[in-house]
Design a protein around this ligand. Structure first.
Ligand SMILES: *Cc1c(COP(=O)(O)O)cnc(C)c1O
Length: 459
């Protein structure tokens, strides 16, 4: 299986190459040269199977890996989850279901991809006899998921930069309480943009980059998208696919999750609609509604993991909608950078609308949805999930709707308490999070100091 760049100018790579590269050398994102399909019988055979078995059937064709070996890595990735079903479904109403993706170690769906990527990276490094250094910037969720995934692994060191004093206490403690020596929480005296700029500067220092074997695990990594395809299959089959069609609503920021749903559909899963749910940072909803993809500034919300201005994985959807024309995508991305936006061609807009619907949820409606769902069903939603549930309710039809619950409510206790009056509790298995010892290094907003620290820790 080969992977091509969405900008058409980078070398084609195999699965491992695309995973280790992250971003393609022409600035594009890797996508499979062709999408493998599963027969209706193969999909039907997933009914009642453990999550890990479904994961193997869905992912193996994309990887070219030996099945027993891949299965071993999958088993290790999900062993630490707090629910046997891994991604259980609960019912919200007559035709509306919630897919709980928050039973992983950091209580957000990002664990599904990050835990697997940890195993895949360690495996690749063992085989190559090499080691890598992961450096990432986080506003909260991605960094904690990465540290949980990489802690204790061989041949991998992981440094996460976060803005000092600007992440929630749960998020900070998830980064500062792992005890393994190969994961490092770095509190930067700056904001998230400073952290991100520092990571970028390290990648642009090619000598440093080569010396430490620098790698990124950000949301554009193809292996992360692939791991997310699995729960679309697992949940759809649990509701009667392939005999019965289903639709999904996905709380969306960087478009990785909803694009995984699109891949599932192209593999043969009978998905009717893929509904993109945005908060008031609604660039994707506006794009689908008007055909104009245009940035207009990020506004902070109570669903912060969806506060985006550039939705990086949307480039993959554009590549498909433009008939895999890398040159066209490359021009659009230049226009986005230079002019702040671009019109989507009529043909591409029509292609997007054939698969995706969209909706937007205001701050007031997010809080009202948390409150109403709690009253009507007893379910406590995180603010991101509430955005999804609100938009899903506007798209309910004959087909069963599955809304992705992207985080546990206890990860965002202030917003949930403000809406329901009750503070959500952490699951029992992490109830001692606030008693664990913290370990972090505070550092000035100075890239040279950060590089020195990293090299000293690696020595
Ligand atoms: C990352 C995240 C999202 C957005 O997912 P994308 O794949 O970036 O679209 C939504 N909700 C939560 C809780 C997240 O952490």
């Amino acid at each position: 299986m080969l992977y091509v760049s969405t900008r058409g100018q980078a070398p084609e790579l195999d699965f491992e190459g695309a995973m280790l590269a992250g971003l393609a050398r022409d600035g594009g994102l890797y996508v499979p040269a062709e999408i493998p399909t599963l027969t209706q019988a193969q999909i039907a055979a997933m009914a009642g199977q453990p999550y890990e078995d479904i994961a193997l059937r869905v992912m193996q064709p994309f990887t070219g890996m030996e099945p027993a070996h891949l299965k071993d890595l999958i088993d290790r990735a999900y062993a630490g989850f707090g629910h046997d079903a891994r991604a259980p479904l609960v019912q919200l109403g007559p035709n509306h279901f919630l897919l709980e993706l928050f039973h992983g170690p950091t209580l957000a769906f990002k664990d599904f991809a990050m835990q697997l990527i940890g195993q895949l990276f360690q495996d690749a490094m063992r085989r190559k006899g090499d080691r890598i250094t992961i450096v990432g910037a986080t506003s909260g969720d991605t960094g904690s998921a990465a540290m949980e995934a990489f802690r204790g692994l061989e041949n991998v060191e992981c440094f996460i930069l976060y803005p000092h004093g600007r992440v929630s206490e749960v998020q900070r403690r998830q980064m500062t309480t792992p005890t393994e020596a190969n994961v490092h929480a770095i509190a930067v005296d700056g904001d998230f943009d400073d952290c991100q700029a520092a990571v970028k500067a390290m990648f642009n220092d090619h000598a440093f980059r080569d010396r430490v074997g620098l790698t990124a695990v950000n949301s554009i990594n193809w292996a992360r998208v692939l791991a997310q395809v699995v729960y679309f299959f697992a949940s759809a089959v649990a509701l009667g696919a392939p005999q019965r069609r289903v639709s999904f609503t996905v709380p969306t920021g960087n478009f990785g999750d909803v694009f995984a749903g699109w891949i599932a559909k192209r593999m043969g899963l009978p998905i009717d609609r893929l509904v993109i749910a945005t908060n008031r940072n609604d660039i994707l909803h506006r794009t689908l509604a008007t055909g104009e993809h245009r940035k207009d500034g990020v506004q902070p919300t109570i669903s912060p993991s969806m506060d985006i201005q550039v939705s990086s994985n949307f480039e993959r959807a554009l590549f498909m909608a433009y008939g895999r024309d890398g040159k066209a995508v490359s021009q659009l991305m230049d226009e986005l950078r230079d002019a702040g936006g671009f019109p989507v061609s009529q043909g591409a807009l029509q292609a997007l609308r054939e698969d995706y619907d969209s909706g937007r949820c205001s701050e007031d409606d997010t809080a009202a949805t948390i409150r109403a769902m709690h009253a009507r069903t007893g379910e406590v939603l995180c603010p991101h999930t509430a955005v999804g549930v609100k938009v899903a309710e506007e798209h309910l039809a004959q087909t069963p709707m599955i809304t992705l619950a992207t985080a546990h409510p206890a990860k965002f206790p202030d917003a949930v308490e403000a809406a329901t009056g009750a503070r959500p509790a952490l699951p029992p298995r992490m109830a001692d999070l606030f008693e664990r010892d913290e370990r972090l290094t505070r550092i000035a907003n100075d890239v040279d100091a950060m590089k020195t620290l990293i090299e000293k820790r690696l020595a």
